[in-house]
Each structure stands twice: as C-alpha cells, then as structure tokens.
Design a protein. Structure first.
Length: 372
C-alpha cells in the first residue's frame, strides 16, 4: 500500500510526518501547478467548486507516481465538501484508475469512523500508537502554523523584500526533521529566532487587513495567487481567519487563532445567527472581530459556486456600510487570473490609504467602498 493525499498549505508536511510515524509508505504528489489544475478541470464536473477540481488533479498526479491508496477528509453540514471524497472516487473510477479511497471523518463528530479509517491505513498499530503519532505530528503542525502566523505579521515591516519569506522557508526546514515533543519545541524556538532576525522597520505606518473566507482558498497559495505574500510585501499587516491545525483539530478552541469557534459565532450573531455550512458564519464572525480590533479592511476569498461563502458575501454589503469597513471579495475559479487579482488589490490598498488619511484630516474621504 502506498498512500497519497491532496495538497493544501503545509498539510503535506504534517501528513508525511504522520505516515512516517505510522510506518505507512506514502507518495507526495507534485506541488499544485497549472498542469494540476488543467488535469482536474478536464475530468471534473463543470460547476464543481475549484478545490474539488484541484484535489482531483492532485490525486491523479499522486497515482501517476505509484500511489494506490487515496486519503481524503470527510465533512459535515450543508457544504459540498462532505461529498468530495465520493465525487472524487466516482470521477477516478470512470477514468479506469486502480486505487482505494479512504475517507477520514471528523474525530469530533464520527470518532468510530475516523478510527476505522486509520486502522485501514495502519492495521498493525494500536490505539495508543495512533494517539502518540497523531499527538506528535499535530504538535509539529501547530508549530508550523504559529511560524506562518508570525510571518504574516513580520512581513509588513521587513526592510529587505523577500527576507520574511526566506526566513519562513528556513524555519520550516528546521522543523521538518524534528521527532519528539522536546525536539519540536526546540526546533520551533530556533525557527522563531530565524524569523525574528529579519530586519524590521517598526516605525513603518502599515495598513491592517483581515483575510476571511473558505478554508482551502485561504490555506493553498496556488489558488489565492500568493496574495498574503504580495500584500505583506506592500507593507500590509495581515491576520488570517483559518489555520490548518485549528481547522482539523477536534476541540474547536483554535489556539493559533486565539479565538474559539463559539466566540466567532457570537461575533457573527447580529448578522448571521446560525450555521450555514463551511466557514460562512465564521467569515462574518471574524470580520466583526477585525472591525472591533480596528482593522483597515477585509479581503474575502471564496470559490465560485460555494454556497456558504455566497451567503456571507450577500451579507457583506450591509455589514460594510453599518460597520464602516471596506470589504473586497474575490470569487475564484479556473478562469481567474493573477493580473486581475493584483489590479483589484492595488485599487483596494489605494482606497484604504485614502480613507486612513481622510480620518487623519489630510484629505476628503473616498465615500464609495461597498463590498465588491
């Protein structure tokens, strides 16, 4: 058995680490590229959301590298993500590919099904073996997320463009070989030192933007065109509403974000008081939190046809008016181009700078900024 999995941010590092601890042979598919997208689009339903198309491309490339077992997360609630694994299986079956699909359901919602999935991948491992492997790999993932969060904050102040990104990559390489909990903690300390060694201009007057939206669009740089790095290099301090280990963690306490799901839902309550699937309610809640913290603007990312984020997007114009905060939404599919995204971001930054200067009495404010 040779396992493969789709890419999404740093999940390949976390899953590779877990497979090694469980002594399961695995294949990491090539990094997501335009070729991956083209493969996925060619074989996927036309109106499927972009993450499904790309993950099908990841699976096909993983199978081409010799994998025979595909692992995929399950889902709950009114979101099509819960149907991904079955849809992927049917698409790949129709292509005549030889593989086995293993779906990992949420341990918080379906603990028995989740355990069965692990046993099917690592049948020789006991529950205790599985617990220790998950605990340690998860700790490494948390360290990677914490380092990434810090990079979003440091990049806005870097003196030399690209220094933060280089420090982030170096930090990940320091973390990658760490084995036990103590090693991971020590490696994280060294990685953080590398990040803090980036020369910064702390006197720089930076914009603060919160990034909200569907989890895959936020976590996978290929589909969001690396806008976090681009914005950071324009001198923008960023906070993101989703991190990998918070998203897959069963507790929903979100230690990387520093705010629990329950608190986020409370923030959203005045505009969206119930769960609508995916991150729809969370996108509203995090936006309200960023408003409370005095952020200058919000960037919202969603795949075309995503129902939960479409609901959030329909609420944003009213929220933007009433809370006096500009919100820029990107609805992304395989036709979206980086040049158009960057052009809109440049205009958005000009708007935010204009508003900030107007508030300081330097010029008349730009009045038209409804969510777009």
């Amino acid at each position: 058995m040779r396992v493969t999995f789709p890419h999404m941010g740093n999940i390949d590092m976390v899953l590779s680490d877990l497979m090694e601890r469980l002594e399961v042979e695995y294949v990491v598919p090539p990094r997501t590229t335009t070729k991956t997208l083209e493969i996925g689009v060619r074989h996927s339903p036309e109106f499927a959301c972009l993450p499904l198309k790309i993950t099908i491309g990841n699976f096909i490339e993983g199978l081409d590298r010799g994998a025979d077992t595909l692992i995929m997360a399950g889902g709950t609630g009114p979101c099509r993500f819960g149907y991904y694994a079955e849809t992927q299986k049917r698409v790949l079956d129709q292509l005549g590919l030889d593989f086995r699909m293993v779906t990992f359901e949420s341990p918080a919602v379906h603990p028995v099904l989740c355990h069965r999935a692990f046993k099917s991948v690592a049948p020789s491992k006991t529950v205790l073996d599985l617990y220790h492997a998950l605990k340690t790999s998860f700790a490494k993932g948390r360290a990677m997320d914490a380092l990434e969060k810090r990079s979003l904050q440091v990049r806005a102040f870097e003196v030399e463009r690209g220094a933060t990104s280089a420090a982030h990559e170096e930090g990940l390489e320091i973390l990658r070989p760490a084995c036990g909990d103590e090693e991971i903690a020590e490696a994280y300390g060294r990685a953080l030192e590398v990040m803090e060694s980036v020369e910064q201009d702390r006197e720089r007057d930076v914009l603060r933007i919160g990034i909200v939206g569907e989890f895959y669009m936020l976590l996978e740089p290929f589909v969001n065109f690396g806008i976090e790095r681009w914005l950071g290099e324009q001198g923008v301090y960023l906070e993101r509403s989703v991190y990998l280990t918070d998203w897959i963690g069963p507790s929903r306490k979100n230690p990387i974000l520093g705010v629990t799901d329950a608190e986020v839902h409370q923030y959203a309550h005045s505009y969206l008081s119930h769960h609508v699937g995916g991150e729809g309610q969370a996108s509203i809640g995090h936006t309200m939190k960023y408003v409370e913290e005095g952020f200058d603007g919000i960037v919202h990312l969603m795949p075309f046809t995503c129902m939960p984020e479409t609901i959030a997007k329909s609420i944003f114009p009213r929220l933007s008016r009433e809370m006096d905060i500009p919100i820029l939404s990107f609805v992304i599919d395989e036709q979206t181009g980086k040049a158009g995204v960057i052009t809109r971001l440049e205009a958005f930054l000009d708007l935010l700078i204009s508003r900030r200067e107007a508030k300081r009495g330097r010029r008349e404010p730009a009045r038209q900024f409804a969510a777009c």
